[in-house]
Design a protein. Structure first.
Length: 446
C-alpha cells in the first residue's frame, strides 16, 4: 500500500476518533452536570441529546459545503468546530452556553460522518477502498474507548470541576486533526468535477495509481452518469421495499438501546450501586469490548454474511438486555450487570454496529443510492435523539429494547429479502454494481 495514500486516509479518519470521543465522553459528566446546573431528568436528557440534534443537521447539510469548498477544506472546518466545541464546553459559564457548544460539537460529528468516509473513498483505489474506509469506523470505536479511559484518569485526580476537563480533552486531538489536514491532498474526484484534471492526475500518481489518465476518464464518466441520475426520485413505488429496509435498519439500530448505554453508562452503574470511580473503570472495559468485537466483525463480515451476523447479534443482545432489565426490576445480582453489558456491547458491535452502514450502502440501486443512504442515516440520527430524549426509566427502557431487537431481527421474511438485496449469500461479497440488477429487484417484488 502506498505510504502517502495510507497517511492521507489515517489523517482523514482522525475525524472518526473525534466523533467517537464526543459521543461517549458525556457519559462521565452527567452526575456532575446535574449537580452544577441543578438539572432535572428532562434537562439532563436535553443536555445529553443536544449534540445529536446538531449531528442530524450536520449529516444532512454537510454535502453542500463539501462540494463547494472541497472535502479537505470541509474537514478542516469540522476540525475547527470540534476544537471550539471542546473549549466552549470546558469553559461554559451557563447551562445554555453548554447546550450551544454541545450543539456545535454535534454539527462537527454529523459533518465528519459524511465527509470523512467520502474523502477516504475518493482517494482510495477500488481494491483497497473497503479496508481504508473501515479506518473511519474503527477510529470511532477507538474514540469511544479513549473517552472512557480519559474519564477514568481525570476522575482519579481532579475535584469538583473535573467535568470541564473531561469535556475539554477533545481540544488537543482536534487541533492536531486541523493542522494535519494541511498534509493531505484535495480529493481527485472533486478536482475533476471542477475541471482541474491535471491536479487530479498528480494526486492519483502520488497515491500510487498506475494509470492516472484512465482513472480520471472513469471519474469523468461517473460524474456524467450521476448528473443524469440526479433527477431520479427516491420516493416512488418501485423503491418502496428498499426504503422500508433503510428506515427499519436505522430505526431498530437505535431502538436496541445502544446509545442510551453509551451516553448513560456511568449512571447505569451508579444506580446499580457501584461507586463513581468503579463506574468509570468499568466503562473502560465496555469500550475495550466494543473495539475488540468491532475488529472481529470487520474481519468476518464478508465471509459469514450480513444475515448471520445480524441474527447472532439479535439473539445475544436480546438475552443480555433482558438480563439487565431483570437486575434493575428485582434489585438482585448487581454484580452480573457489568458482564451483561459487556455481553450486550460485544454482540452489538459484532452485528448491528458493523452491519448497518454496509447495508445502507447496499440495499438501493445505483440510481438512488446516495439519496437512500441519506434517508437511512437521517432515520438513524433522528431515532437516536428520540431514544435519549425519551429515556426516563432505565430498567423499563432495557425491557422495551429487548422486545424491539427480537422483533426486528427474527422476522425471517425481512432478513431473507435483505439478503437478496445486498447480494449476501454468506459467501463472496458482490460489487455495488451487481446490487442493482433486475433479477434482485424482481426477487423482492418491487
Amino acid at each position: 500500500m502506498n505510504s502517502f495514500l495510507l497517511r492521507s486516509a489515517l489523517i482523514a479518519a482522525l475525524g472518526g476518533l473525534l466523533f467517537g470521543f464526543d459521543t461517549a465522553v458525556i457519559s462521565g459528566t452527567t452526575r456532575a452536570l446535574t449537580d452544577a446546573y441543578a438539572l432535572s431528568a428532562v434537562m439532563l436528557g436535553v443536555t445529553v441529546s443536544m449534540a445529536l440534534w446538531g449531528t442530524v443537521l450536520g449529516s444532512v447539510f454537510a454535502g453542500t459545503p463539501a462540494d463547494r469548498y472541497g472535502r479537505r477544506g470541509c474537514l478542516a472546518a469540522l476540525g475547527l468546530l470540534y476544537f471550539v466545541s471542546a473549549l466552549g464546553c470546558a469553559f461554559a459559564w451557563s447551562w445554555h452556553m453548554l447546550l450551544f457548544f454541545r450543539f456545535i460539537g454535534g454539527l462537527a460529528i454529523g459533518g465528519s460522518s459524511v465527509v470523512g468516509p467520502m474523502y477516504i473513498a475518493e482517494i482510495s483505489p477500488a481494491r483497497l477502498r473497503g479496508r481504508l474506509v473501515g479506518f473511519f469506523q474503527l477510529n470511532i470505536v477507538v474514540g469511544i474507548l479513549v473517552a472512557y479511559f480519559s474519564n477514568y484518569l481525570i476522575s482519579q485526580s481532579l475535584g469538583v470541576g473535573e467535568w470541564r476537563w473531561k469535556l475539554g480533552m477533545a481540544a488537543p486531538p482536534a487541533a492536531v486533526f486541523f493542522l494535519a489536514l494541511s498534509a493531505i491532498p484535495q480529493s481527485p474526484r472533486w478536482l475533476v468535477a471542477l475541471g482541474r484534471t491535471n491536479e487530479a492526475r498528480a494526486v492519483l500518481s502520488r497515491m500510487g495509481e498506475p494509470d492516472p489518465d484512465r482513472e480520471v476518464a472513469e471519474i469523468e464518466d461517473t460524474l456524467k452518469a450521476e448528473k443524469h441520475a440526479g433527477s431520479e426520485p427516491l420516493f416512488q413505488n418501485r423503491y418502496r421495499f428498499p426504503i422500508f429496509l433503510a428506515i427499519s435498519i436505522g430505526m431498530f439500530n437505535q431502538l436496541s438501546g445502544i446509545n442510551a448505554i453509551l451516553y448513560y453508562l456511568n449512571d447505569i452503574f451508579e444506580r446499580a450501586g457501584f461507586s463513581r470511580m468503579s463506574s468509570d473503570l468499568q466503562a473502560v472495559l465496555i469500550g475495550f469490548t466494543n473495539l475488540v468485537f468491532t475488529c472481529i466483525a470487520m474481519a468476518v463480515i464478508d465471509r459469514f454474511g450480513r444475515k448471520k451476523l445480524l441474527l447472532t447479534g439479535a439473539a445475544g443482545t436480546g438475552l443480555c438486555l433482558a438480563g439487565v432489565a431483570w437486575v434493575f426490576a428485582t434489585g438482585k445480582h448487581a454484580e452480573m450487570l457489568i458482564w451483561l453489558l459487556v455481553g450486550f456491547i460485544a454482540f452489538f458491535a459484532f452485528s448491528q454496529g458493523a452491519v448497518i452502514w454496509v447495508y445502507l450502502s447496499e440495499v438501493f440501486p445505483n440510481m438512488v443510492r446516495a439519496k437512500g443512504q441519506s434517508l437511512g442515516s437521517f432515520t438513524h440520527w433522528i431515532y437516536e435523539c428520540r431514544d435519549l430524549c425519551g429515556l426516563s426509566h432505565i430498567g423499563g427502557t432495557f425491557g422495551i429494547d429487548t422486545v424491539c431487537i427480537l422483533r426486528c431481527h427474527h422476522g425471517p421474511s425481512v432478513c431473507d429479502r435483505l439478503e437478496v438485496l445486498s447480494g449476501d449469500q454468506g459467501s463472496q461479497p458482490r460489487s455495488h454494481g451487481e446490487l442493482s440488477s433486475h433479477a434482485a429487484i424482481r426477487e423482492i417484488g418491487v
